[in-house]
Structure formats: structure tokens, C-alpha cells
Design a protein around this ligand. Structure first.
Ligand SMILES: [Fe+2]
Length: 305
């Protein structure tokens, strides 16, 4: 059936001007997604030719050579991987660089991405410390992940840490590839610019995601995402999976960040009286406000100078 209105609406939709960061995220998902999809395709081709070569009484040398070519291609494909885009560099303090170095010693840095986002720095901080948004904003990418309870909160000199239990309630959830359905995740403030998410994987291994957020001016910031892991997967395969996951979650975050930027986000960070019964999920956010509210105000003044 021919629907000219729908085709016109689709053409208008795909020709709309989008932000460079949105384009880059979609390109990442397409590029690394296709690279990942090629792996089962090559394995299927190799298995099919291998089966064809040995399924008859007379072994077919042509099918054997096709099978070997596919296996060599698969080996090269997985070992060489894809070249990463040029990354913007952001100026971090020595302690913040040391944190990344320490993680790189414990496990290896698998992937790194850096984005210039057209939203104020505080919107990103609020978003990262808001545990509840994992269920609502990331419902698609995290496959209906549920935050069951906040199990622990502790203050540190430079910030604080919460531990919260998460549950994957669907047997088809793709996150089950590397983690148990129910695990305790840690979210830690290391500095006013650095927040770490630590997710347990199978076999006492972990995936650490280190977010470094640096204000550029009062309307933009840089977000660096460094992903570390000690999982024993082929490195390029794990890199592609993590980059697709990070790009998809950030793509979902863009409308949320836009919404936060339109709110009076300065009000969120003001040390005003709080409700007596503070939600446990907000404890880490309030800790950030108590420690760093003045620092943000002085940073704004520096940018205006
Ligand atoms: Fe998010």
C-alpha cells in the first residue's frame, strides 16, 4: 500500500538537523553494531561450508577452502577490530588522572569516549547521581532493569558511595551475557568532576565505568566515559559491546538532559532545607551538594572572568 503522507513524514524526520553528538552516537551504534553482527554471519558461513564439505562421501576441497577463508577472516575481524574516532581531551586534576591510572592497573581500559554536550555541567551531575533514572530513562537499553533497594551509603572525604541492588527480571535481557540477574552496584563520587559506576560481572570480575565531567562554559560540558574491565573476553569484542551500550544509554539521556537544562537546575543544587525523611536514593546527591555547591558557584565566576 502506498502512503505518501507517511513517506513524506519519514523523509522530513530523517532530514531534520540534529546535534553533532546525536549524529555521532547513532554512527557509533551503527558502526559497532554492524561489526558485531558480522561475527555470527561469518561463523554461519564457515559452519555452512564446513558442513557442506564433509556431509558427502567425497570431500569437496572448494568448500573446505571457503570454510578456512571464513575462519581466517573471523580471526582477523575479531583481533583487529575497528579504529576509534579521534577523542577530545579534557583537563583533569592530577588526582582524577590517578584514579583512571589505578583502575587501569586493576583491570584494563577497554574503551574510552568523550563528548561535548550542549547542556550545563550540573545537569550531567544530577543525572549521574539520580539512580531512579536507570528504571525510567533507560528502560529500553537496560531491558527493564529494576533498582530493588539502596543497601548502603557512606561518606568519604571527597564524596561518598552508595550500593544498590539491581534485578534483571527478563530471561532474555542481554545484560545476562556478563552479569547475574541480581547484583549490587556501587556508585561513587571521587571528586566534583568524577563519578564511578562499578558493576559486578560473572566470576568475581567487574566492569567499571568512570565518568569525568568538565564544565566548558555555563551551557556546555565535556563528558568522558572510560570503561575498564577484567573480563576475559576478546578485547575488541568487549570494546564494541561496551561502546554500543554506552552510546545507546547516552542517546537515551539526551532528552532527559535537555529537560533538566530547562528546569531551574541551580535550585536543585541549593543547600535549602530538605524533607526530614530523605529518600535513600538521594543521599549521594545531597552529599555532593553539601560538599561542592560553593565550588560550582566559584567555577562559574572563573568562567565569566
Ligand atoms: Fe543515564
Amino acid at each position: 500500500m502506498y502512503y505518501p503522507d507517511k513517506i513524506q513524514a519519514y523523509l522530513t524526520h530523517i532530514s531534520e538537523t540534529r546535534s553533532p553528538v546525536e549524529d555521532r552516537l547513532k554512527r557509533n551504534i551503527l558502526k559497532y553494531g554492524l561489526w558485531l553482527l558480522a561475527i555470527p554471519a561469518i561463523i554461519y558461513g564457515a559452519a555452512d561450508r564446513g558442513w557442506a564439505a564433509f556431509s558427502t562421501a567425497a570431500v569437496n576441497p572448494r568448500d573446505i577452502s571457503y570454510c578456512l577463508i571464513a575462519l581466517v577472516l573471523l580471526l582477523g575481524w575479531v583481533c583487529i577490530g575497528l579504529a576509534e574516532d579521534h577523542l577530545d581531551s579534557i583537563a583533569l586534576a592530577e588526582a582524577e588522572l590517578a584514579r583512571a591510572d589505578a583502575l587501569a592497573v586493576e583491570s584494563s581500559c577497554v574503551a574510552q569516549q568523550c563528548y561535548r554536550l550542549p547542556y550545563p555541567y550540573l545537569c550531567q551531575i544530577y543525572h549521574l547521581l539520580n539512580v531512579g533514572h536507570l528504571e525510567s530513562i533507560h528502560r529500553f537499553s537496560l531491558g527493564n532493569l529494576k533498582v530493588i533497594k539502596i543497601s548502603d551509603f557512606r561518606k568519604t572525604e571527597a564524596g561518598g558511595q552508595i550500593r544498590f541492588k539491581t534485578m534483571l527480571d527478563s530471561p532474555m535481557n542481554i545484560l545476562r551475557l556478563w552479569r547475574n540477574p541480581s547484583v549490587e552496584v556501587e556508585l561513587t563520587i571521587h571528586s566534583p568532576h568524577q563519578i564511578e559506576l562499578k558493576v559486578p560481572a560473572y566470576g568475581q570480575r567487574f566492569i567499571h565505568v568512570l565518568f569525568s565531567v568538565m564544565p566548558l562554559n555555563d551551557k556546555e560540558h565535556y563528558l568522558s566515559i572510560q570503561m575498564f574491565s577484567d573480563l576475559q573476553w576478546p578485547r575488541e569484542l568487549l570494546k564494541a559491546v561496551l561502546i554500543v551500550a554506552a552510546s545507546l544509554t547516552l542517546l537515551e539521556d539526551l532528552p532527559y538532559l535537555h529537560h533538566l537544562a530547562k528546569r531551574n537546575y541551580d535550585g536543585l543544587f541549593s543547600p535549602r532545607p530538605r524533607p526530614q525523611k530523605t529518600s535513600q536514593a538521594k543521599q549521594l546527591f545531597y552529599r555532593y551538594v553539601d560538599l561542592y555547591n560553593n565550588r560550582w558557584n566559584s567555577r562559574q565566576l572563573q568562567l565569566l572572568d
